[in-house]
Design a protein around this ligand. Structure first.
Ligand SMILES: NC(=O)c1ccc[n+]([C@@H]2O[C@H](COP(=O)([O-])OP(=O)(O)OC[C@H]3O[C@@H](n4cnc5c(N)ncnc54)[C@H](O)[C@@H]3O)[C@@H](O)[C@H]2O)c1
Ligand SMILES: [Zn+2]
Length: 350
């Protein structure tokens, strides 16, 4: 197959390109090399048909879609950004960009899409109260956070909650601009599938980490910030009390999930989008992750700072059973192994 990978110069995209080439596919990459993601242009892998262009550029997209069998759409602005002033840039890259791509696919008759979505579409994860059953905690309140009360209380009785695994049918509840743009991408892709008879998989990645992760910028993930601190000989600074639970999934496993989705798309009914969580199934706290990295790196232990970011969620951990059951995917890199490798890995000059 000839596969177009948008955002293929990025952290996850470049691993996906390597995996697709290794599997014998032809690969075309379209990437705008956003300065936030690339301080210096990355090397172009051998054998890739490379297009330096923006996914909002209709002509470049039409050209890049010529002869393509399927698209993996990863081009996006990622992370929480600096502040709300970033909102138009996020919406432009992520939503206008997706609309231009989908319109081009409709025009060119390309009917298979694997979208890089995110767990952030769920907002706070799944919680249960001993008295009230499954509940949805409200937005986090500044006075609570300032007082160091990070656990979301039951919206009915205020008692502490138990957090559990989110499945794909959980209600979506984006809590920041980035999250809103990722959910809009899914809605646009679903509308495209209905209108054109296409097939789409929305892969809701958990926290992806691994070699080639961009170095610390306001757009980088937490594992990269910790890793960069350790590289400077500093302690990782852990926000809140370090008890936030996440699922850290290795980038090679995420590339594998894209591959599995590409193969599985043909068995979806035409005109549909199906969402799949992509997580390791082995949740850890951010504090545990920082400790694992410090230990493997031989650096100073993490510092718990009590700082917070209002747009963050407390716990979000997914069930990836659907991806395992329907597409036969399973993660290959365990937490200890992955963090040990990452502690010694190169980061990208993002
Ligand atoms: N890293 C994670 O933990 C994570 C988690 C969930 C979802 N995702 C999603 O995975 C995808 C890839 O993320 P990543 O971590 O590799 O980020 P990244 O920043 O390393 O890669 C994104 C790439 O997209 C390119 N890009 C951005 N806007 C573009 C545009 N308008 N036109 C063309 N190219 C553009 C950038 O230049 C970059 O190379 C994104 O869609 C992101 O939302 C990532
Ligand atoms: Zn309650």
């Amino acid at each position: 197959m000839l596969i177009l990978v948008t955002g293929g110069a990025g952290f996850i995209g470049s691993h996906l390109v390597t995996a697709l080439l290794a599997a014998g596919h032809e690969v075309r990459v379209l990437d705008a090399l956003l300065p936030a993601a690339h301080r210096t242009p990355p090397p172009v892998p051998v054998g890739v048909d490379w297009r330096h262009a923006d996914v909002r550029d209709e002509e470049a997209v039409a050209d890049a879609l010529r002869g393509v069998d399927a698209v993996c759409h990863l081009a996006a602005m990622v992370g929480l950004g600096k502040d709300f002033a970033d909102a138009p840039a996020y919406v432009g890259c992520n939503d206008l960009g997706t609309a231009v791509l989908l319109a081009g696919m409709a025009e060119a008759g390309v009917g298979r899409l694997v979208l890089a979505s995110s767990m952030v579409v769920y907002g706070e994860g799944r919680y249960a109260c001993a008295r009230h059953g499954v509940v949805r905690p409200g937005p986090r309140r500044v006075p609570d956070l300032d007082a160091g009360a990070f656990e979301p209380p039951c919206p009915h009785c205020g008692e502490p909650l138990d957090s559990g695994l989110v499945d794909e049918d959980a209600p979506t509840d984006p809590r920041n601009v980035y999250a809103a743009t990722k959910l809009a991408q899914e809605h646009l892709a679903a509308a495209w599938a209905r209108a054109t008879g296409g097939r789409a998989a929305a892969l809701r990645y958990h926290n992806v980490y691994g070699p080639g992760m961009p170095r610390d910028t306001p757009y980088a993930g937490v594992a990269s910030l910790f890793r960069s601190a350790l590289a400077r000989g500093e302690a990782p600074r852990v926000f809140e009390d370090g008890g936030q639970r996440r699922d850290f999934v290795h980038v090679r496993d995420v590339a594998g999930a894209n591959h599995a989705a590409l193969d599985g798309l043909t068995s979806l009914p035409s005109g549909t989008l199906r969402a799949y969580n992509v997580g390791s199934g082995d949740p850890h706290t951010v504090g545990e992750m920082a400790t694992a990295l410090s230990t493997a790196h031989g650096g100073p232990p993490p510092l718990i700072t009590g700082e917070y970011r209002l747009g963050d969620v407390r716990h979000i951990t997914a069930s990836s059973r659907r991806l395992r059951d329907e597409l036969g995917w399973k993660p290959g890199v365990g937490f200890e192994e992955g963090m040990t490798e990452f502690a010694g890995a190169e980061l990208r000059a993002g």
